[in-house]
Design a binder for this molecule. Sequence first.
Ligand SMILES: Cc1cc2nc3c(=O)[nH]c(=O)nc-3n(C[C@H](O)[C@H](O)[C@H](O)COP(=O)(O)OP(=O)(O)OC[C@H]3O[C@@H](n4cnc5c(N)ncnc54)[C@H](O)[C@@H]3O)c2cc1C
Length: 553
Amino acid sequence: MYITITTDVLIIGGGSAGTYAAIKAKEKAPELNVLVLEKAHIERSGAIARGMDAVNNAVVPGVATPEKYVEEVTKANDGVLDQETCYVLARQSYPMLSELESWGVKFPKDENGNFIVHHIHPEGRYTVPMDAEDLKKILAREVVKRGVEVLNRHTVTSLLTREGKVTGATALNTRTGEFVVVNAKAVVLTTGAAGRFGLPASGYLTATYEFPGNAGDGYAMAYRAGAELTGLECFQINPLIKDYNGPSCGYVVSPYGGYMANAFGERFTTTGYWSGHLLSKIKEEIDAGRGPVYLKMNHLDEETIRTLENILYVNERPSRGKFNAGRRVDIREHMVELHLSEPTLCSGHSSSGVWVNERAESSVPGLFVAGDVACVPHQYLAGAFVFGGIAGSNAAEWAKEFSWLEPDPGQIEQERDRVFAPLQRKEGIKPALMEYKLRKTVSDYLFPPKTEHRLDIALERFRRFAEEDLPMLYAADFHELGKALEVECILDCAIMAAEASKYRKESRWGFLHLRADYPERDDANWLKHVIIKKNPAAGKMEIYTKPVRVRGR
Ligand SMILES: Cc1cc2nc3c(=O)[nH]c(=O)nc-3n(C[C@H](O)[C@H](O)[C@H](O)COP(=O)(O)OP(=O)(O)OC[C@H]3O[C@@H](n4cnc5c(N)ncnc54)[C@H](O)[C@@H]3O)c2cc1C
């Protein structure tokens, strides 16, 4: 038995990109039914759940140009990107800021009433600070105001396809255990990063940098549905506060005079911009015996410190102030110790995602993808909003043109059997145990520097997880069943990341894809995208390359 819902546009994930997609789909075609399925609760789910202090890469007229932004992001991502798509982000980011403001998001302004724009990228200024403790609540309110239907606590488990097109999705209501089949004309996938991927240094499964509900479901579902993915060898690894799963915020403090320093208090980089090259510099300091590295603010005056405390301890992560207090760290006196985060997959800060063009179309007709799960390198919040909007709007156009396709009953039955299998068993391996072992393997063998030998060991372990452990996964209730489904997604992500890392026989993106056995960057052979795709007929993984797209060529 299952519940069937029919809608015009289905949005999977109600985070930054998903809420924007829902708003824009309704604005484009108010007569259409738009449904959001959200694993958690739309008011406080996703990366911005606890507020956000800046839109990282908006192009404000008079301060920067879209052309300059494309030039900078091309450098930041070592040339492997689709410049046309990044250009669209740059062009559409300013109207998005004004729109957010009209909904009640507060942006501090200069004496002339203009947006303040900070400098964190190596050259231009693209970072627009905001006081947005309630950003997610504001977006959720705009979604509901437009008549979008939202079903919280619904974990989407698969994309349904027929005749090569996406026809909807299946979901598990993790509160009631109901299995839901959604028939949709168009689907927008916005499930965020694969945040539960490597194991955090603290060892806690959910003490992740990313929103812990983001377990790479979208990457896995898109792969299983035959979509192309790319950049899976370019991990997201961030400098974080040691033992605290929050960002170091070097980029937040740098406009106020703070910076990263080594153990001797010496500045070792002039940029706070998060890239693989910054990580390489951090590793250099540590390897040279000048670690650990720190965030240094103890040379700043009291007024600046108070401003920073307001941003760091109030706007985004109140627990951060409590953590520092517990450690007896007062930023007036002490430097804050940093370390490197667990690896994750995310296009927002890095570049892994489902392949999309500037219309947010994936390689599977009817499937639009946006936000951290869509491959638009370094897109951050601006990209989630801009491409969320583009995806929603284009999905609505698609839904006006095409009708529903009858779902394949065999596919639904097969998926239902897969979903409920861990609940049918009387005993077995608990999801948390398997997740720990799997993510420990990711951290032990996929964390850079990578080598062919270590990647082969990882792939062999992943094969055994798939063949021996997965069939023994056991869930005692619906909550645990949701966790079991997530473990399977993490495993798919791990296999894809290991295969892509093995395929790219060079080093690129600084520390993010450092191959100890191929230490040089090799533009002659590798200035291109590595694409991973499941061949639906053969059920096997294919890996190949695609050229990069340069604007105007
Ligand atoms: C700690 C941190 C600080 C950041 N700071 C900044 C900053 O200062 N400036 C900036 O511009 N950017 C920043 N970013 C990046 C920015 O927040 C993200 O790029 C952006 O929010 C991503 O939006 P998204 O919609 O792709 O993902 P999310 O907002 O994470 O949304 C994904 C949603 O999908 C749901 N979901 C997942 N799986 C399923 C499933 N199977 N079924 C149903 N729903 C599902 C999740 O519950 C979640 O609600 C930061 C990110 C983090 C983590």
